[in-house]
Design a protein around this ligand. Structure first.
Ligand SMILES: Cc1ncc(COP(=O)(O)O)c(C=O)c1O
Length: 473
């Protein structure tokens, strides 16, 4: 029988319903087809309870989802909260559908995740790009300058929203308060993709979450930095500049009609845990990461991201000064069965959450230090990965290009043509090429370099990048 070791069920209606389902052990004549039997495909379906005819009745008469969403809204100071089983991907795409109409312009950070860029294609929105500053000391982005958003909104007075990603994939933090102030001065909502920031605001050493800092909408992956099941996400909004009915319609339009109750219950439980114990649980891990950073920073040539502009939980190592190759370091860590979130030649990113213990982090620090020493060689200069620096040349809207007739051509003949596809080295999944952009020799170089640095080239029809799909004009 499943347990509730921290006694959260009284504060988490969906968790309570999930536990109750197991306690009552009904004989369902509903989906899912496994009917809770573990002798057919095995334990892989254990705990899979649907929302409909699972956590609630098929007619949703108990209202447990609404109760959980109201609690999330109260905690985050939002007017609306939706729990999603579709990851931040779902939230980003729903917000793209909610804020404008086809043909509307939006100011967008070019380092947004592919889910938002495809959201632009879904919603027919036309991007006006802004770009985060890059810190030359480590070659990584440090947040979008509010002045560049101001300039973009002044140049595009018809724009209907601003979209940024905060914190960045590498844990750097921009000034969401100032971005909100600028957006509101131009009377448009600020939408923050905080996929990596679900823990923000739950400890005094962490910055406030985006809504508390003044944003109008916040999308976050509960499964990334909180202890929720994969795909669990929260979409939160204030209704002053975002229309409730458009928001609801957009969420529904992009959501499954068979949500996993287990995922929903885990988001609710993670919310209840952070609300009650967040500060107590986060404190020791924040301290352990600080100690780990101080220890790793003593490694000759290694740059460890730190300071007020960096998420205290994110461990990001910049390797060029050590001469070590991050892919080799990752391979060593895999031998220790310690996979990391991201590694390419120059960067290693380890995810730390409340589920980590100081002992586990100590083991990681030792393994990292040993591996970097083993692979140490001549220092390379720090360079900014093209992923963060690409200057897109827009030829048509993402939507037009997405639906246009396309053909596959060898990459050298693709230069000068309009891309029909989205191509992103993964992680971080930030597009180097988006539908509607002209393919330039620079973008091709960036893709080749990313591949040579060990990144997987994701979403491309041809991941070897020998060919690209282009629009037939
Ligand atoms: C910045 C950003 N936004 C959104 C997403 C999508 O999140 P999910 O995987 O929860 O759909 C990711 C995933 O890595 C991301 O890095």
């Amino acid at each position: 029988m499943p347990t509730d070791p921290r006694g959260l069920r009284g504060d988490a209606p969906l968790l309570d319903a999930w536990l109750r389902f197991h306690e009552e052990a009904p004989t369902p004549f509903t989906i899912p087809g496994h009917k809770q039997r573990l002798d057919l495909v095995g334990d892989v379906v254990a705990g899979d309870v649907p929302l409909y005819a699972g956590l609630d009745t098929m007619k949703l008469t108990r209202g447990v989802l609404g109760d959980a969403e109201d609690r999330a809204a109260r905690l985050f100071g939002a007017d609306i909260a939706r729990l999603s089983v579709g990851g931040s991907t779902h939230g980003n795409q729903a917000l793209a559908l909610a804020v404008g109409r086809p043909g509307d312009r939006v100011v967008v950070s070019r380092t947004l995740h592919r889910s938002m860029l495809l959201g632009l294609a879904l919603g027919g929105l036309e991007p006006v790009w802004v770009r985060p500053e890059v810190d030359p000391r480590h070659g990584l982005p440090i947040g979008v300058d509010p002045a560049s958003v101001d300039e973009a909104l002044t140049g595009a007075p018809d724009a209907v929203a601003v979209f940024v990603g905060e914190p960045s994939y590498v844990g750097t933090l921009g000034d969401v308060g100032a971005l909100a102030e600028v957006s509101h001065r131009h009377d448009v909502p600020l939408v923050v993709d905080a996929a990596w920031g679900a823990h923000l605001g739950f400890h005094p050493a962490l910055p406030p979450h985006a809504l508390a800092a003044g944003a109008d909408a916040l999308v976050t992956s509960a499964h990334k930095t909180l202890p929720a099941i994969s795909q669990g996400a929260l979409v939160l909004a204030r209704t002053g500049r975002i229309e409730r009915s458009r928001f609801d319609a957009a969420i529904e339009a992009t959501a499954t009609t068979s949500p996993s109750g287990a995922i929903l219950a885990s988001i609710d439980a993670a919310r209840a845990l952070m609300e009650r114990d967040g500060e107590t649980l986060l404190g020791p891990v924040i301290d352990a990461v600080a100690a780990m950073r101080a220890r790793l920073a003593r490694i000759r040539g290694l740059v460890v991201l730190d300071g007020p502009g960096v998420d205290p939980l994110r461990l990001v190592l910049v390797l060029p000064g050590t001469g070590a190759d991050g892919n080799a370091v990752e391979a060593d860590l895999l031998c220790h069965r310690m996979p990391v979130e991201m590694a390419d030649r120059d960067t290693v990113v380890a995810m730390v959450t409340v589920a980590d213990t100081p002992g586990r982090l100590e083991d990681l620090a030792v393994a990292l230090a040993e591996s970097i020493d083993r692979h140490r060689s001549e220092a390379r200069p720090v360079r900014t990965s093209g992923v963060w620096a690409v200057e897109p040349v827009m030829a048509m809207s993402p939507r037009q290009a997405f639906f246009a007739a396309r053909e596959r051509v060898p990459v050298d003949r693709a230069i000068g043509r309009v891309s029909a596809e989205l191509v992103a080295p993964y992680p971080p999944g930030i597009p180097v090429l988006a539908p509607g952009e002209e393919i330039t020799s620079e973008t091709v170089d960036v893709l080749r370099q990313a591949r040579a640095a060990g990144s997987r080239i994701a979403y491309a029809a041809d991941p070897s990048v020998r060919t690209l799909d282009v629009v037939i004009e």
